[in-house]
Ligand binder design. Structure first.
Ligand code: KIV
Ligand code: ZN
Length: 502
């Protein structure tokens, strides 16, 4: 069985996609979760892009203990210096150097000839190698590059010290057979390729990123580049969870496996969605709400008779909570910690104390707390920040043909402030009342409300995306009352904004 290395680029290619930007502490949470998931390499960012990007790559490099940490760099000394300075504190640092190799990119974007591109590869891969042993080199737009020229680029990079050759389908244009043929051709014609890792990096513009990545693996690629929930430029990158589960479920066919702890998949997928506020489509493979739901009578009958009739994977394989044990208001901290740990959440004593307070408050309203409730409580903790503003109470008056009015009472440090506002609906009125209290100029960029559990006493999870000047934050709130969860999400976002200014 071949071991395929998983190179996760959620924090670089993924973070580049609209609505997916993360702040430093959110990136660190993701990096820790990726490390626990068992990825081999985390691409932590593009260090030269901004001082914030540099700081997050540097912080991730110093935090992550098990996997390699890479930073992206164009073929310039400035980019490579920044990448190295950012990753040099890592236990296992990597510099990822790239340049475009397709005629269209070289002519219109780089304005360089083929010879100049080859010279640049030789010079900059060698420059990166003077700092760092582990160098990855990418031929951007490889799938639309001329194959014979691609061989020259790869040979030049290998001679200059690259240990990994990445072959991206940058614009998501290729078909699986074409990617298979390209990798096969490179393996047959590139001198020294047998001594380096070959990597696949496929985008999903035509919905073939995962199929293309798997075709590369079948053709001999030893590394695959992907992102959690498939987030990434335009239509996204190949989805990590899909590749990991294909290789787990069909390892005999592919004769390959990854080191991913698949039982952490659901958790990290939820974590990313909660951090970015980008919901997961119900029909999304592996992690969507319907991925394991058997709705039709024929399917249900088959699954009851023998699960294998319709089930090729078990929800448990990806760590989906099974509601096996129900907690209630008499459950103690030990039971809560055990349940959290079974769901994949290892929490510190302080975090447990905070989750326990919310657990007790919820258990007063709901008789039985399911795994989904417990998970939601843990995810809210993901957004915990110093609370400058704290919701004390709210009251709304709403209905058809009457003015929607909200009265919100908030504690700001030791001061208690109450404001009334009208709006187009009860939530809008409540947010306006909060704005009157804080005096901040907030734009609500996105708002979503989802039921976390089933049934009448389901909890509503509200996620807001707020902009205030340059700051863009995600706020999260949870309650059995959807107006309360919305106000909590709004205040959570505001606390993040205030925190980032201090
Ligand atoms: O899609 C792409 O080509 C990339 C490279 C920078 C590796 O993201
Ligand atoms: Zn990419």
């Amino acid at each position: 069985m071949r071991k395929i290395k998983v190179f996760d680029t959620t924090l670089r290619d993924g973070e580049q996609s609209p609505g997916c930007s993360m702040n430093l502490s959110e990136k660190l949470q993701m990096a820790r979760a990726l490390d626990a998931l068992g990825v081999d390499i985390i691409e932590a960012g593009f260090a030269i892009a901004s001082p914030e990007d540099f700081k997050s790559v540097e912080a991730i490099a110093k935090t992550v203990q098990n996997c390699k940490v890479a930073s992206l760099a164009r073929c310039t000394q400035g980019d490579i210096d920044a990448a190295w300075n950012a990753v040099k504190g890592a236990k296992y640092p990597r510099i990822h150097v790239f340049i475009a190799t397709s005629d269209i990119h070289m002519e219109y974007k780089l304005k360089m000839t083929r010879e100049q591109v080859l010279e640049s590869i030789a010079k900059h891969v060698a420059y990166a190698k003077s700092f760092c042993e582990d160098i990855e080199f990418s031929c951007e737009d490889a799938s639309r590059s001329e194959w014979a020229f691609l061989v020259k680029c790869c040979e030049t990079a290998i001679k200059a010290g690259a240990m990994v050759l990445n072959i991206p389908d940058t614009v998501g244009y290729s078909s699986p057979q074409e990617m298979f043929d390209l990798i096969t051709y490179l393996r047959a014609n590139t001198e020294g390729i047998e001594n380096v890792d070959i990597s696949a990096h496929c985008h999903d513009d035509l919905g073939m990123a995962v199929a293309n990545s798997l075709a590369c693996i079948r053709a001999g690629a030893t590394q695959v580049e992907c992102t959690v929930n498939g987030i990434g430029e335009r239509a996204g990158n190949a989805s990590l969870e899909e590749i990991a589960m294909v290789l787990k479920t069909r390892h005999e066919y592919y004769q390959a496996e990854t080191g991913i702890n698949t039982r952490q998949i659901y958790r990290i997928s939820k974590l990313l969605s909660s951090i970015t506020g980008v919901p997961i489509a119900p029909s999304k493979s592996i992690v969507g709400a319907n991925a394991f739901a058997h709705e039709s009578g024929i399917h249900q009958h088959g699954v009851i008779a023998n699960a294998l009739t319709y089930e090729i994977m078990k929800p448990d394989d990806v760590g989906i909570p099974q509601n096996t044990m129900v907690l209630g208001k008499h459950s103690g901290k030990h039971a809560l910690r055990d349940r959290l740990s079974q769901l994949g959440y290892e929490v510190s004593k302080e975090q447990l104390d905070e989750i326990f307070v919310r657990f007790k408050a919820l258990a007063d309203k709901k008789k039985n707390l399911t795994d989904h409730d417990i998970e939601a409580l843990a995810l809210v903790d993901t957004h915990a920040v110093a609370a400058t503003y704290e919701l004390l109470s709210h009251l709304v008056s709403t209905g058809t043909d009457i003015t929607n009015l909200a009265c919100v009472k908030i504690k700001k440090n030791d001061e208690i402030i109450e404001e009334v506002a009208i709006g187009t609906g009860p939530i809008d009125a409540s947010f306006k009342a909060v704005d009157k209290i804080t005096g901040l100029d907030i734009t609500l960029e996105n708002f979503s409300l989802n039921a976390v559990t089933d049934g009448e006493d389901a909890m509503g999870e509200a996620v807001v995306k707020l902009r205030c000047g340059n700051a863009l934050v995600t706020g999260c709130g949870l309650s059995t009352d959807v107006i309360e969860s919305s106000i909590r999400a709004y205040i959570n976002g505001i606390n993040k904004i205030v925190g980032s200014k201090n």
